[in-house]
Write a protein that binds this ligand. Structure first.
Ligand SMILES: Nc1ncnc2c1ncn2[C@@H]1O[C@H](COP(=O)(O)OP(=O)(O)O)[C@@H](O)[C@H]1O
Ligand SMILES: [Mg+2]
Length: 392
Protein backbone atom coordinates (compact mmCIF):
# COMPACT_ATOMS: atom_id res chain seq x y z
CA UNK A 1 0.00 0.00 0.00
CA UNK A 2 1.34 3.44 -0.88
CA UNK A 3 1.92 5.92 1.95
CA UNK A 4 -0.82 8.14 0.52
CA UNK A 5 -3.41 5.37 0.58
CA UNK A 6 -2.32 4.51 4.08
CA UNK A 7 -2.91 7.97 5.47
CA UNK A 8 -6.26 8.08 3.66
CA UNK A 9 -7.29 4.99 5.55
CA UNK A 10 -6.37 6.63 8.82
CA UNK A 11 -8.49 9.64 7.96
CA UNK A 12 -11.44 7.56 6.81
CA UNK A 13 -14.57 8.46 8.66
CA UNK A 14 -15.86 5.82 11.04
CA UNK A 15 -18.84 3.84 9.74
CA UNK A 16 -22.33 5.26 10.17
CA UNK A 17 -25.73 3.59 10.25
CA UNK A 18 -26.34 4.84 6.71
CA UNK A 19 -23.02 3.52 5.44
CA UNK A 20 -22.03 0.39 7.35
CA UNK A 21 -18.38 -0.62 7.20
CA UNK A 22 -17.40 -3.36 4.79
CA UNK A 23 -18.41 -6.83 5.87
CA UNK A 24 -21.08 -5.62 8.26
CA UNK A 25 -24.74 -6.41 7.86
CA UNK A 26 -27.34 -3.68 7.62
CA UNK A 27 -29.08 -3.37 11.00
CA UNK A 28 -32.36 -4.59 9.43
CA UNK A 29 -30.78 -8.03 9.31
CA UNK A 30 -30.15 -8.16 13.04
CA UNK A 31 -33.63 -9.21 14.05
CA UNK A 32 -35.22 -9.19 17.50
CA UNK A 33 -34.70 -12.94 18.16
CA UNK A 34 -30.96 -12.49 17.64
CA UNK A 35 -30.93 -9.39 19.85
CA UNK A 36 -32.85 -11.31 22.52
CA UNK A 37 -30.35 -14.15 22.42
CA UNK A 38 -27.49 -11.76 22.88
CA UNK A 39 -29.18 -10.03 25.84
CA UNK A 40 -29.89 -13.41 27.43
CA UNK A 41 -26.18 -14.05 27.80
CA UNK A 42 -26.22 -11.55 30.63
CA UNK A 43 -29.82 -11.48 31.83
CA UNK A 44 -31.54 -14.65 33.01
CA UNK A 45 -35.29 -15.10 33.33
CA UNK A 46 -37.10 -11.86 32.32
CA UNK A 47 -37.84 -13.21 28.86
CA UNK A 48 -41.00 -11.11 28.56
CA UNK A 49 -39.24 -7.85 29.35
CA UNK A 50 -36.29 -8.71 27.12
CA UNK A 51 -38.57 -9.28 24.14
CA UNK A 52 -39.82 -5.72 24.42
CA UNK A 53 -36.27 -4.47 24.81
CA UNK A 54 -35.19 -6.44 21.73
CA UNK A 55 -37.97 -4.96 19.60
CA UNK A 56 -37.19 -1.44 20.85
CA UNK A 57 -33.51 -1.90 19.95
CA UNK A 58 -34.45 -3.24 16.52
CA UNK A 59 -36.63 -0.21 15.81
CA UNK A 60 -34.03 2.17 17.17
CA UNK A 61 -31.17 0.76 15.11
CA UNK A 62 -33.25 0.72 11.93
CA UNK A 63 -34.16 4.38 12.24
CA UNK A 64 -37.76 3.98 13.41
CA UNK A 65 -39.16 5.61 16.50
CA UNK A 66 -38.16 3.04 19.12
CA UNK A 67 -41.05 3.12 21.59
CA UNK A 68 -39.86 3.90 25.08
CA UNK A 69 -40.11 1.34 27.86
CA UNK A 70 -40.75 1.53 31.56
CA UNK A 71 -39.52 -1.49 33.52
CA UNK A 72 -41.00 -2.18 36.94
CA UNK A 73 -39.49 -4.91 39.05
CA UNK A 74 -38.64 -5.71 42.62
CA UNK A 75 -35.19 -5.01 43.91
CA UNK A 76 -32.57 -7.42 42.59
CA UNK A 77 -34.63 -8.79 39.70
CA UNK A 78 -32.40 -7.33 37.00
CA UNK A 79 -33.45 -3.79 36.05
CA UNK A 80 -29.96 -2.33 36.20
CA UNK A 81 -28.58 -5.57 34.77
CA UNK A 82 -30.81 -5.16 31.71
CA UNK A 83 -29.56 -1.60 31.22
CA UNK A 84 -25.95 -2.76 31.51
CA UNK A 85 -26.59 -5.50 29.01
CA UNK A 86 -28.13 -3.10 26.51
CA UNK A 87 -24.90 -1.16 26.75
CA UNK A 88 -22.84 -4.34 26.38
CA UNK A 89 -24.89 -5.39 23.35
CA UNK A 90 -24.29 -2.09 21.57
CA UNK A 91 -20.59 -2.33 22.36
CA UNK A 92 -20.17 -5.90 21.21
CA UNK A 93 -22.21 -5.98 18.02
CA UNK A 94 -20.00 -4.27 15.41
CA UNK A 95 -23.01 -3.16 13.35
CA UNK A 96 -24.22 -1.09 16.30
CA UNK A 97 -21.13 1.10 16.38
CA UNK A 98 -23.10 4.26 15.44
CA UNK A 99 -25.48 3.69 18.39
CA UNK A 100 -22.95 3.31 21.17
CA UNK A 101 -23.81 6.53 22.95
CA UNK A 102 -25.65 4.57 25.64
CA UNK A 103 -26.01 6.37 28.92
CA UNK A 104 -27.26 4.95 32.19
CA UNK A 105 -28.11 7.63 34.69
CA UNK A 106 -29.96 7.84 37.99
CA UNK A 107 -33.11 9.93 37.80
CA UNK A 108 -32.11 12.10 40.76
CA UNK A 109 -29.06 13.38 38.84
CA UNK A 110 -31.33 14.95 36.25
CA UNK A 111 -32.75 17.50 38.65
CA UNK A 112 -31.23 20.21 40.74
CA UNK A 113 -32.86 19.84 44.15
CA UNK A 114 -31.97 23.32 45.40
CA UNK A 115 -33.26 25.20 42.40
CA UNK A 116 -36.06 22.76 41.61
CA UNK A 117 -34.89 22.56 38.03
CA UNK A 118 -34.67 19.90 35.34
CA UNK A 119 -31.09 19.59 34.09
CA UNK A 120 -31.05 18.06 30.61
CA UNK A 121 -27.51 19.43 30.22
CA UNK A 122 -26.27 16.82 32.70
CA UNK A 123 -27.80 14.12 30.59
CA UNK A 124 -26.37 15.57 27.40
CA UNK A 125 -22.93 15.89 28.97
CA UNK A 126 -22.96 12.16 29.71
CA UNK A 127 -24.29 11.39 26.23
CA UNK A 128 -21.71 13.67 24.62
CA UNK A 129 -18.84 11.82 26.29
CA UNK A 130 -19.96 8.55 24.78
CA UNK A 131 -20.86 10.16 21.47
CA UNK A 132 -17.28 11.38 21.14
CA UNK A 133 -15.96 7.86 21.07
CA UNK A 134 -18.60 6.98 18.48
CA UNK A 135 -17.80 9.99 16.31
CA UNK A 136 -14.04 9.40 16.33
CA UNK A 137 -11.21 11.91 16.65
CA UNK A 138 -11.70 15.51 15.52
CA UNK A 139 -15.43 15.13 14.91
CA UNK A 140 -17.36 17.57 12.78
CA UNK A 141 -20.42 19.16 14.42
CA UNK A 142 -22.69 17.07 12.15
CA UNK A 143 -21.03 13.84 13.16
CA UNK A 144 -21.25 14.65 16.83
CA UNK A 145 -24.87 15.69 16.50
CA UNK A 146 -25.70 12.44 14.75
CA UNK A 147 -24.04 10.30 17.41
CA UNK A 148 -25.81 12.20 20.18
CA UNK A 149 -29.20 11.95 18.49
CA UNK A 150 -28.82 8.17 18.20
CA UNK A 151 -28.31 7.78 21.94
CA UNK A 152 -30.03 5.28 24.16
CA UNK A 153 -30.83 6.74 27.55
CA UNK A 154 -31.51 4.52 30.52
CA UNK A 155 -32.93 6.35 33.51
CA UNK A 156 -32.67 4.22 36.62
CA UNK A 157 -34.54 4.60 39.92
CA UNK A 158 -37.28 6.56 38.20
CA UNK A 159 -39.74 5.68 40.98
CA UNK A 160 -37.71 7.74 43.44
CA UNK A 161 -38.91 10.72 41.39
CA UNK A 162 -42.55 10.07 42.06
CA UNK A 163 -44.75 13.13 42.64
CA UNK A 164 -45.73 11.67 46.02
CA UNK A 165 -43.12 10.50 48.52
CA UNK A 166 -44.14 9.01 51.86
CA UNK A 167 -47.59 10.51 51.45
CA UNK A 168 -46.30 14.03 50.80
CA UNK A 169 -46.20 15.90 47.49
CA UNK A 170 -42.76 15.85 45.91
CA UNK A 171 -42.30 18.85 43.63
CA UNK A 172 -38.91 17.62 42.45
CA UNK A 173 -40.52 14.48 41.07
CA UNK A 174 -42.97 16.52 39.03
CA UNK A 175 -40.11 18.63 37.68
CA UNK A 176 -38.19 15.55 36.62
CA UNK A 177 -41.13 13.81 35.01
CA UNK A 178 -42.18 16.92 33.13
CA UNK A 179 -38.66 17.58 31.92
CA UNK A 180 -38.15 14.02 30.80
CA UNK A 181 -41.48 13.84 29.05
CA UNK A 182 -40.64 16.85 26.92
CA UNK A 183 -37.38 15.19 25.91
CA UNK A 184 -39.16 11.97 25.08
CA UNK A 185 -41.68 13.80 22.93
CA UNK A 186 -38.89 15.10 20.77
CA UNK A 187 -37.41 18.41 21.73
CA UNK A 188 -34.90 20.70 20.03
CA UNK A 189 -32.15 21.48 22.50
CA UNK A 190 -29.42 24.01 21.92
CA UNK A 191 -26.26 22.36 23.18
CA UNK A 192 -22.78 23.90 22.97
CA UNK A 193 -19.86 21.58 22.15
CA UNK A 194 -16.32 21.72 20.90
CA UNK A 195 -16.16 20.31 17.39
CA UNK A 196 -13.94 20.53 14.33
CA UNK A 197 -14.74 22.97 11.57
CA UNK A 198 -12.33 23.47 8.63
CA UNK A 199 -9.50 21.79 10.51
CA UNK A 200 -9.93 23.89 13.63
CA UNK A 201 -11.55 23.16 16.95
CA UNK A 202 -14.40 25.55 17.65
CA UNK A 203 -17.18 26.05 20.13
CA UNK A 204 -20.39 25.45 18.21
CA UNK A 205 -23.99 25.13 19.30
CA UNK A 206 -25.70 21.98 18.15
CA UNK A 207 -29.45 21.78 17.67
CA UNK A 208 -30.09 18.38 19.17
CA UNK A 209 -33.34 16.72 18.18
CA UNK A 210 -34.24 14.15 20.83
CA UNK A 211 -36.95 12.49 18.74
CA UNK A 212 -34.89 9.45 17.78
CA UNK A 213 -33.30 8.80 21.14
CA UNK A 214 -34.42 5.66 22.89
CA UNK A 215 -35.50 5.92 26.52
CA UNK A 216 -35.65 3.04 28.93
CA UNK A 217 -36.66 3.83 32.48
CA UNK A 218 -36.66 1.47 35.43
CA UNK A 219 -37.65 1.40 39.04
CA UNK A 220 -38.72 -0.89 41.87
CA UNK A 221 -41.93 1.04 42.65
CA UNK A 222 -41.91 -0.20 46.19
CA UNK A 223 -45.38 -0.23 47.68
CA UNK A 224 -47.09 -0.56 44.30
CA UNK A 225 -47.83 -4.23 44.93
CA UNK A 226 -49.60 -3.51 48.23
CA UNK A 227 -51.35 -0.51 46.76
CA UNK A 228 -52.83 -2.48 43.86
CA UNK A 229 -53.63 -5.46 46.09
CA UNK A 230 -55.56 -3.15 48.40
CA UNK A 231 -57.47 -1.65 45.48
CA UNK A 232 -58.41 -5.02 44.01
CA UNK A 233 -59.49 -6.58 47.30
CA UNK A 234 -61.35 -3.56 48.64
CA UNK A 235 -65.03 -4.38 49.14
CA UNK A 236 -67.04 -2.86 46.34
CA UNK A 237 -64.03 -2.48 44.04
CA UNK A 238 -65.88 -4.51 41.45
CA UNK A 239 -62.79 -6.63 41.03
CA UNK A 240 -61.92 -10.05 42.30
CA UNK A 241 -58.74 -11.96 42.86
CA UNK A 242 -58.01 -14.36 40.04
CA UNK A 243 -58.37 -18.07 40.63
CA UNK A 244 -56.41 -21.03 39.43
CA UNK A 245 -56.97 -24.75 39.61
CA UNK A 246 -54.33 -26.72 41.43
CA UNK A 247 -53.98 -30.44 40.98
CA UNK A 248 -52.04 -31.98 43.86
CA UNK A 249 -49.68 -34.93 43.61
CA UNK A 250 -52.42 -37.06 45.22
CA UNK A 251 -54.74 -36.20 42.38
CA UNK A 252 -56.96 -33.80 44.31
CA UNK A 253 -58.15 -30.63 42.70
CA UNK A 254 -58.63 -27.38 44.50
CA UNK A 255 -59.23 -23.80 43.51
CA UNK A 256 -56.89 -21.16 44.84
CA UNK A 257 -57.16 -17.43 44.56
CA UNK A 258 -54.04 -15.51 43.76
CA UNK A 259 -52.92 -11.97 43.15
CA UNK A 260 -50.62 -11.02 40.32
CA UNK A 261 -49.50 -7.45 39.94
CA UNK A 262 -48.88 -7.98 36.24
CA UNK A 263 -52.47 -9.04 35.65
CA UNK A 264 -54.09 -6.38 37.81
CA UNK A 265 -51.96 -3.29 37.18
CA UNK A 266 -53.81 -0.43 35.50
CA UNK A 267 -52.37 2.85 34.30
CA UNK A 268 -54.32 4.68 36.99
CA UNK A 269 -52.43 2.70 39.66
CA UNK A 270 -49.27 4.36 38.43
CA UNK A 271 -50.95 7.76 38.58
CA UNK A 272 -51.97 7.03 42.17
CA UNK A 273 -48.40 6.00 42.89
CA UNK A 274 -47.29 9.44 41.76
CA UNK A 275 -46.45 9.16 38.09
CA UNK A 276 -47.56 12.08 35.95
CA UNK A 277 -50.12 10.89 33.35
CA UNK A 278 -48.51 12.78 30.46
CA UNK A 279 -45.18 11.21 31.37
CA UNK A 280 -46.69 7.72 31.41
CA UNK A 281 -48.21 8.45 28.01
CA UNK A 282 -44.68 8.68 26.55
CA UNK A 283 -44.06 4.99 27.18
CA UNK A 284 -45.08 2.49 24.59
CA UNK A 285 -45.07 -0.25 27.19
CA UNK A 286 -44.89 -0.68 30.93
CA UNK A 287 -43.29 -4.04 31.46
CA UNK A 288 -43.16 -5.90 34.75
CA UNK A 289 -40.12 -7.97 35.59
CA UNK A 290 -40.74 -11.35 37.16
CA UNK A 291 -39.59 -12.23 40.63
CA UNK A 292 -36.78 -14.72 40.26
CA UNK A 293 -37.68 -18.37 40.76
CA UNK A 294 -35.35 -20.79 42.51
CA UNK A 295 -34.41 -22.20 39.15
CA UNK A 296 -33.50 -18.80 37.70
CA UNK A 297 -31.54 -17.90 40.84
CA UNK A 298 -29.64 -21.14 40.40
CA UNK A 299 -28.80 -20.24 36.80
CA UNK A 300 -27.73 -16.75 37.85
CA UNK A 301 -25.48 -18.30 40.48
CA UNK A 302 -23.87 -20.68 38.02
CA UNK A 303 -23.73 -18.58 34.86
CA UNK A 304 -24.24 -14.85 35.10
CA UNK A 305 -21.30 -12.53 34.44
CA UNK A 306 -21.19 -11.06 37.89
CA UNK A 307 -22.40 -13.97 39.96
CA UNK A 308 -20.33 -14.14 43.15
CA UNK A 309 -19.56 -17.78 42.34
CA UNK A 310 -18.38 -17.03 38.81
CA UNK A 311 -16.19 -14.25 40.19
CA UNK A 312 -14.69 -16.64 42.75
CA UNK A 313 -14.05 -19.20 40.02
CA UNK A 314 -12.08 -16.56 38.11
CA UNK A 315 -10.09 -15.73 41.23
CA UNK A 316 -9.15 -19.36 41.88
CA UNK A 317 -8.29 -20.00 38.24
CA UNK A 318 -5.49 -17.47 38.54
CA UNK A 319 -3.88 -19.57 41.27
CA UNK A 320 -4.43 -22.77 39.29
CA UNK A 321 -7.37 -24.03 41.31
CA UNK A 322 -10.54 -25.10 39.60
CA UNK A 323 -13.53 -24.22 41.79
CA UNK A 324 -16.57 -26.42 41.20
CA UNK A 325 -19.89 -26.77 42.95
CA UNK A 326 -22.08 -29.83 43.53
CA UNK A 327 -25.55 -29.69 42.00
CA UNK A 328 -27.18 -30.05 45.37
CA UNK A 329 -25.09 -27.27 46.87
CA UNK A 330 -26.13 -24.91 44.07
CA UNK A 331 -29.79 -25.79 44.62
CA UNK A 332 -29.53 -25.25 48.36
CA UNK A 333 -27.97 -21.83 47.88
CA UNK A 334 -30.63 -20.82 45.33
CA UNK A 335 -33.39 -22.06 47.60
CA UNK A 336 -32.02 -20.08 50.51
CA UNK A 337 -31.65 -16.93 48.40
CA UNK A 338 -35.24 -17.27 47.21
CA UNK A 339 -36.44 -17.01 50.83
CA UNK A 340 -35.27 -13.43 50.94
CA UNK A 341 -37.76 -12.02 48.47
CA UNK A 342 -36.81 -8.40 49.13
CA UNK A 343 -33.37 -8.51 47.59
CA UNK A 344 -33.76 -10.85 44.61
CA UNK A 345 -30.50 -12.16 43.21
CA UNK A 346 -28.56 -9.91 45.56
CA UNK A 347 -29.36 -12.50 48.26
CA UNK A 348 -26.94 -14.92 46.60
CA UNK A 349 -23.94 -12.80 47.45
CA UNK A 350 -23.79 -13.05 51.26
CA UNK A 351 -24.46 -16.79 51.18
CA UNK A 352 -21.78 -17.47 48.60
CA UNK A 353 -19.25 -15.22 50.26
CA UNK A 354 -19.71 -16.98 53.57
CA UNK A 355 -19.07 -20.34 51.94
CA UNK A 356 -16.13 -19.14 49.93
CA UNK A 357 -14.35 -17.00 52.47
CA UNK A 358 -12.67 -19.95 54.26
CA UNK A 359 -11.63 -21.39 50.89
CA UNK A 360 -10.10 -18.12 49.78
CA UNK A 361 -8.40 -17.51 53.10
CA UNK A 362 -5.93 -20.37 52.89
CA UNK A 363 -6.71 -22.64 49.93
CA UNK A 364 -3.41 -24.48 50.13
CA UNK A 365 -4.19 -25.82 53.60
CA UNK A 366 -7.90 -26.35 53.14
CA UNK A 367 -9.10 -29.99 53.39
CA UNK A 368 -11.25 -29.50 50.29
CA UNK A 369 -8.18 -28.99 48.09
CA UNK A 370 -7.51 -31.93 45.74
CA UNK A 371 -4.49 -32.36 43.54
CA UNK A 372 -5.51 -33.36 40.02
CA UNK A 373 -3.73 -36.14 38.15
CA UNK A 374 -3.22 -33.95 35.10
CA UNK A 375 -1.69 -31.15 37.21
CA UNK A 376 -3.36 -28.25 38.97
CA UNK A 377 -5.86 -28.37 41.80
CA UNK A 378 -9.57 -28.52 42.41
CA UNK A 379 -11.90 -27.46 45.18
CA UNK A 380 -15.54 -28.43 45.32
CA UNK A 381 -18.30 -26.64 47.17
CA UNK A 382 -20.31 -29.47 48.67
CA UNK A 383 -23.86 -29.63 49.94
CA UNK A 384 -22.46 -29.90 53.47
CA UNK A 385 -20.59 -26.63 53.10
CA UNK A 386 -23.79 -24.98 51.89
CA UNK A 387 -25.85 -26.49 54.71
CA UNK A 388 -23.38 -25.30 57.33
CA UNK A 389 -23.85 -21.71 56.20
CA UNK A 390 -27.59 -21.89 55.63
CA UNK A 391 -28.39 -23.39 59.03
CA UNK A 392 -26.95 -20.43 60.90
N1 LIG B 1 -32.38 -11.40 35.75
C1 LIG B 1 -31.10 -11.42 36.14
N2 LIG B 1 -30.16 -12.06 35.40
C2 LIG B 1 -28.87 -12.08 35.79
N3 LIG B 1 -28.40 -11.52 36.91
C3 LIG B 1 -29.28 -10.88 37.69
C4 LIG B 1 -30.66 -10.78 37.34
N4 LIG B 1 -31.30 -10.09 38.30
C5 LIG B 1 -30.37 -9.74 39.18
N5 LIG B 1 -29.15 -10.21 38.84
C6 LIG B 1 -27.91 -10.04 39.61
O1 LIG B 1 -28.27 -9.54 40.89
C7 LIG B 1 -27.58 -8.32 41.20
C8 LIG B 1 -28.55 -7.16 41.34
O2 LIG B 1 -29.24 -6.98 40.13
P1 LIG B 1 -29.72 -5.54 39.60
O3 LIG B 1 -29.96 -5.65 38.14
O4 LIG B 1 -28.78 -4.51 40.05
O5 LIG B 1 -31.11 -5.39 40.37
P2 LIG B 1 -32.18 -4.22 40.30
O6 LIG B 1 -33.40 -4.82 39.65
O7 LIG B 1 -32.45 -3.88 41.73
O8 LIG B 1 -31.60 -3.09 39.51
C9 LIG B 1 -26.57 -8.13 40.10
O9 LIG B 1 -25.36 -8.62 40.59
C10 LIG B 1 -27.04 -9.00 38.95
O10 LIG B 1 -25.97 -9.59 38.33
MG1 LIG C 1 -31.01 -1.20 40.17
Amino acid sequence: MSPAADSNAALAEPPTADAPAAGLRPCEQIRPPEILQELERGVLGQDRALRYVAVAIFKHTTGKVPGNLLMIGNSGTGKTTIMNNIQRLYNEVPEYQPFRAVTIINANLLVDADRLEFRPDRLLKAVEQRARSVAGPEPSPERLKQAIERATICVDEIDKMSSVLAGKPNALGVVLQQGLLTLMEGEQLAYPVHAWVDGEEKLVTLEIDTKHMMFICGGAFEGLYDQVYARVTKPGSGEKLKTKTIRTAEGQVRIETYFSLAESLKMRDLFTFGMVPQFMARFEKVVLLDDLSIDVLRQILLKSFDSPLVRAQEFFRVIDIELTIDDLAASLIAEQAAKDSRTGARALRPIVSEIINPLEFDPWNHPALERLDGGGYRMTITADMARAVIKK
